[in-house]
Write a protein that binds this ligand. Sequence first.
Ligand code: NAD
Ligand code: DAU
Length: 353
Amino acid sequence: MRSMLITGGAGFIGANFVHYWLAHHPQDRVVVLDALTYAGNHASLRSLEVRDTFRFVHGNIRDQQLVERLLREERLDTIVHFAAESHVDRSILGPDAFIETNILGTHALLKAARQVWLEAGGSMPHHRFHHVSTDEVYGSLGIGGQSFTEITPYSPNSPYAASKAASDHLVRAYRQTYGLNTTLSNCSNNYGPYQFPEKLIPLCIINLLKQEPLPIYGDGKNIRDWLHVADHCRGIELILENGKPGCSYNIGGNNERTNLQVVSALCAIMDELNPEFAPHQRLVKFVTDRPGHDRRYAINSRKITSELGYRPTHEFMIGLRETIEWYINNKSWWQPILSGEYKDWMKLQYGEG
Ligand code: NAD
Ligand code: DAU
């Protein structure tokens, strides 16, 4: 049995992971630490609050004392670290928060883990610090270039990617220098329920539901390797169970698509669900490209497949349809997001009212 601290558990992947973990490991204790930034949504975890194995703590990962207190008080043996500023476009307009949370925040967590698990008499020999990172640390691939492996050199291009790369290096250093029991995963673009509607897929789903433009940066030919969030959760579970300490693992979806293909697929599904508004493709609007926009990401998942038996199971078109249906059936989750900060962001980024 594990006692886990999940940072960023009110965010997209963190919330999916908490639901996944408690469904598959109902005996385990799960404590979520989340600052509830604009991207955090407490409502994603509400249904879990009746469980006595679950606790939500509203706080910042930069608060080392708070983290140390939680690790001691709850006798936590595992940290799964999702908390981050995660949106590339926001990192371009304002990098500071990315340095503060992704670098300094990760360092505060590492310091707390070292203090409680290693320094205080080595009281927790079977601990694990799992750091959730991204394929963006590897930089951009050309069409036909070899997909990213765990030994691809880091070459981050956005402030977001650079901050994640820095945090990965800190995790590695705490393993090498202090012997902290760490693992790391670098995954590709996730999609699924509970995703904040600033990212391509949920943004387009909501704009489709509102009959508003679907903004596509540049020529729409940038490629991402789409991974269903439940497959990502399964990959992390495999690493926690059998991953080698000190190792990193790439997790991908074997599912490369151009942005235009992704948006066209969403439009086609919406044509079936909402035929009176077809064709939805008419809503596509090409807009100014993202500065420094990485052309292509592609993950080689061979290591996690051969060592740990990982295999993505979600077929993309089915996963997309289920995701659209989730947003249709959970308007009360996303409608409150659309006012206030989100409206300001949309205006700043897309120049819309
Ligand atoms: P998200 O933006 O949806 O959620 C981030 C969560 O972290 C939010 O709940 C937010 O409130 C919380 N948070 C932010 N700053 C905090 C702080 N200082 N202290 C405590 N909590 C804080 O992010 P996501 O898309 O779920 O991504 C989760 C992790 O996975 C991130 O580390 C991200 O870099 C990584 N990742 C994401 C993707 C993707 O496609 N979304 C792909 C690869 C890797
Ligand atoms: O690859 C993993 C990364 O995937 C994660 O580390 C990041 O946290 C996550 O945000 C995501 O980054 P991307 O920049 O790839 O995701 P985003 O959804 O912002 O964009 C996906 C692609 O779609 C990208 O090529 C930019 C493009 N795009 C995005 C938006 C928001 C558009 O064309 N129009 C848009 O409005």
